[in-house]
Design a binder for this molecule. Sequence first.
Ligand SMILES: C[S@@+](CC[C@H](N)C(=O)[O-])C[C@H]1O[C@@H](n2cnc3c(N)ncnc32)[C@H](O)[C@@H]1O
Length: 199
Amino acid sequence: MHFTLNMPGLLDMGKYFLSLLAKPGALVMDLTAGNGHDTLFLAQLAGREGQVFSFDIQNQAISNTRKLLSVYKDIAPVELFLAGHEYFDKLLPQNVKGCISAAVFNLGYLPGSNKEIVTHAPTTLQALNKLADWLRPDGGIVVHIYMGHPEGALEGEAVIAWAKGLAWNSWSVASYEVVNKPKNREVLLFIVKKQPIHE
Ligand SMILES: C[S@@+](CC[C@H](N)C(=O)[O-])C[C@H]1O[C@@H](n2cnc3c(N)ncnc32)[C@H](O)[C@@H]1O
């Protein structure tokens, strides 16, 4: 007898990790809104009592996201920022600092658009570093890394090295990858801020 198992893809696993982090009422962030799929998924998880903050540097991405969200009801309100995610700390209300349950990055270029406009390691790392103070304990970050284009390879190596260097007593970091994929390596990182231990 022959069984065919559908290996979970990185998008499936990313959604699974986000669903562990974002419960109804959660404050959540999409750092790369793109066509809005992750923003929508977060808004569904957080529900009407929650709040989503989403960022993108392209007008096209912000308008695609707004259009996608417009046909859904019973989702969290979404605040869209036409801005680089590296500036998020200047744009979010300061009273949500330390209260973010989930943040997602889907790196690279906007599908179906200009492939020259991509995320870059320095700004991605700036945003990742800033998130440490904005996540709540047990909050976390999901990062989709696509290494099949030149900037993506550089960025991916930098982000993976950064994640491996996070202190064990403050962070749990896992990765998911289909390791025999012949080209266009993709890696999913799941990064969780540990609860402080009070002795
Ligand atoms: C792979 S797409 C995101 C896909 C999206 N999450 C979705 O569900 O459709 C990457 C996006 O990152 C955006 N981007 C690039 N640099 C950025 C930055 N510094 N801050 C925020 N977004 C950025 C691009 O404009 C592009 O839309």
